[in-house]
Design a protein around this ligand. Structure first.
Ligand code: SF4
Ligand code: FES
Length: 251
């Protein structure tokens, strides 16, 4: 396949960015999208140019670092990660626009790389349980209904990629926060800190430069792990309950 790429180039956060056009040829349909970018970068390095900076690590859909807007869609035309997107989803002669996640909550570092540490701060504010160290408890000592363990596991599959934020017209991080709140809040081990967790994590999300959720649903439609809108309902339910339970009575 021969392709024309229009790639966002921006050498540093305060520089003026622009789309730059490149041609790549002999791209195999079996290459991943990131391998196609490797081909472009080899070309750029051989011609003495600065390679395109893009984020990646596992290249198998589990680390969440490879977020790109491809032709205006988070992670491109398939509901998957960019590393799991293959060039057979495109055709010979295609023109492909490649941009970074665009959100106030994810400031740009260089080219296609953004800073997603706001997600780390949301997790650090409450996305954990406190447990005494020592001998592990017997696994069957804490029964968990199958329905709850399945729902908790589904929420726990969130890889923190940020596609939900990038796709949302409001730039909201609600689906991510809801997944992290849910996967602990559904389990017995998550109960002692359940109220404090949801209050603190939503407060931290609001303190970052993300927008509010207005139930549009683009987040769930692009989520590579299929995190559902029901997760957001669960967060709202937990948050209201926690605020009521912890409300200071009017004097
Ligand atoms: S909810 Fe989905 S889209 Fe959002 S960070 Fe998690 S895995 Fe990515
Ligand atoms: S590189 Fe890890 S999910 Fe794509």
């Amino acid at each position: 396949m021969n392709l024309t790429l229009r790639v966002w180039r921006q050498p540093h956060p305060t520089a003026k960015g622009k789309m730059v056009t490149y041609k790549v040829s002999d791209v195999s349909p079996d290459m991943s999208f990131l391998e196609m970018l490797d081909v472009l970068n080899e070309q750029l390095i051989l011609s003495g140019d600065d390679p395109v900076a893009f984020d990646h690590d596992c290249r198998e859909g589990i680390c969440g670092s490879c977020g790109l807007m491809i032709n205006g869609y988070a992670h491109g035309p398939e509901q998957t990660t960019t590393c799991q997107l293959h060039m057979r989803s495109f055709k010979d002669g295609d023109e492909i626009d490649i941009e970074p996640w665009r959100s106030g909550g994810f400031p740009l570092i260089k080219d296609l790389v953004v800073d997603r540490s706001a997600f780390d701060r949301i997790i650090a504010s409450g996305g954990f349980i406190s447990a005494p160290t020592g001998t592990a408890p017997e696994a069957h000592a804490t029964p968990v209904p199958k329905k709850d363990s399945d729902a908790a596991f589904d929420a726990a599959t969130c890889i923190g990629c940020g596609a939900c934020v990038a796709a949302c017209p409001n730039g909201s991080a609600m689906l991510f926060t809801a997944a992290k709140v849910s996967h602990l809040g559904l389990l017995p081990q998550g109960q002692p800190e359940r109220d404090a967790r949801v209050i603190k994590m939503v407060a931290q999300q609001d303190a970052e430069d993300f927008g509010g959720c207005s139930n549009i649903g683009e987040c769930s439609a692009v989520c590579p792990k299929g995190i559902s809108m029901e997760t957001i309902s669960r967060l709202n339910h937990d948050l209201l309950g926690a605020l009521r339970a912890n409300a200071v009575p009017a004097s």
